[in-house]
Design a protein around this ligand. Structure first.
Ligand code: SF4
Ligand code: SF4
Length: 382
């Protein structure tokens, strides 16, 4: 399993993680088998937004004696009520549900205490006014929460959340259709139905791409939810592109985004988990998602997607990284030191480019790579 890191911490994240939302109908026996297989194969990130007591109990048993094998995202702001999940901003409910999670999961700490599902300005203010953020900070002070995180679907609000002190991680919904969602008010339920999505007029939303770059520059880790768009991207009939993507194309798309450390997938069986982990056995061609993004001009043309299809380069330049650091360097008025340091640490630099143009023939998105290399030399001096 590929391991990924981030600047604000030392944890190593397996690039394929575990979302708990589909464990609700899975037996204890199957859950334990799934965790056995996941841990044996390098899956070490688990999201536990689901407050269902049965799932918490099952996961607690499955992780008994090996709690340290999973980085757990535990949420502040979900509660199990009337036999279903509910989002809450009530402090008593938040405290009760968080304590219940620790008890049922047989642990006395959570790796990432996640302020749950913040998508609007009003809710952002509520997080601060209702003292939910203060409560999260207090838990961190006590060592019950190791680091702070949050989940969101809106790039503007997520940027505000990510700017708060102590924020280290964000779980964000990432897939090609959501990245083309340009509605000013993000409503995840409408997004899941692809309401208002018109393939003829759809364009990449720069605010979302800017948010990923913001996280990369600040060192915040991104974990991915809804990589399959709630499953809608996986069939011709439900995909807003009119053409199904494979799970591997969706995973690759998410993992190519800046700052992403892990894509968290929901599994309802051991077989589904095994299928997802085949990601590292299949060919690069089977993960290539360019056929979807080039159906028409979605505003992607000329923009690097960091997919790596332009390799190999005769001078061994890792073109996607050069482009990524160049994009990050060009966001503000000056080049952040951390971006410059990362660029300088690359084994090969843009100055080694011999302008052969081979990479441009391989790039499905029409990126003028030779021009980018020239710009990188201008910006970084090498
Ligand atoms: S230059 Fe093209 S092929 Fe290379 S990483 Fe960027 S988008 Fe992908
Ligand atoms: S043009 Fe430059 S970056 Fe592209 S393959 Fe040739 S040497 Fe490598």
């Amino acid at each position: 399993m590929e391991q990924r890191t981030y600047k604000l911490g030392t944890e190593q994240f397996g690039a394929i993680g575990f979302g708990s939302e589909r464990l609700e109908d899975v037996s204890l026996e199957e859950t334990v088998k799934m965790f056995d297989y996941a841990i044996e194969n390098g899956v070490n990130v688990l999201d536990m937004y689901i407050p269902n007591p049965v799932v918490r109990d099952h996961v607690g048993i499955a992780l008994e004696g090996r709690r340290d094998k999973m980085l757990i995202q535990g949420h502040l702001g979900t509660i199990h009520k009337n036999d279903q999940y509910e989002r809450t901003r009530d402090m008593d409910e938040i405290k009760f549900s968080f304590d219940d999670m620790l008890t049922r999961m047989k642990t006395d700490y959570i790796d990432f205490g996640m302020i749950h599902y913040v998508d609007t300005e009003e809710d952002f203010n509520k997080i601060l006014d209702n003292k939910i953020y203060d409560y999260a900070l207090e838990l961190k002070k006590q060592g019950v929460i190791k680091k702070l995180g949050f989940s969101s679907h809106d790039p503007i609000i997520a940027t505000k959340m990510a700017s708060l002190d102590e924020m280290a991680l964000c779980m964000f919904s990432i897939n090609p259709a959501y990245d083309m969602e340009n509605s000013p008010d993000t409503d995840i339920w409408k997004m899941m139905e692809h309401e208002g999505f018109d393939v003829e007029t759809a364009k990449m939303n720069p605010a979302r791409l800017n948010f990923y770059n913001f996280c990369e520059a600040k060192g915040i880790a991104l974990t991915v939810m809804k990589a399959f768009g709630g499953g809608t991207l996986l069939t011709d009939g439900t995909s807003p592109f009119g053409k199904a993507m494979s799970i591997y194309q969706c995973m690759k798309y998410a993992l190519d985004k800046p700052a992403v450390v892990s894509t968290l997938l929901g599994y309802a069986s051991l077989e589904e988990l095994k299928a997802a982990l085949k990601f590292y056995e299949i060919s690069e061609a089977e993960k290539d998602y360019s056929d979807i993004l080039t159906i028409k001009d979605f505003g992607v043309t000329g923009r690097c997607m960091y997919c790596g299809h332009c390799q190999p380069c005769p001078k061994s330049i890792t073109i996607a990284y050069v482009n990524k650091f160049l994009d990050l360097a060009l966001i503000g008025d000056s080049v952040p030191d951390t971006v410059r340091d990362h660029y300088l640490a690359l084994p090969h630099h843009a100055s080694e480019c011999i302008k052969c143009g081979k990479c441009e023939k391989n790039c499905p998105f029409g990126v003028q790579i030779r021009e980018k290399m020239e710009k990188a030399v201008e910006v970084f001096g090498i």
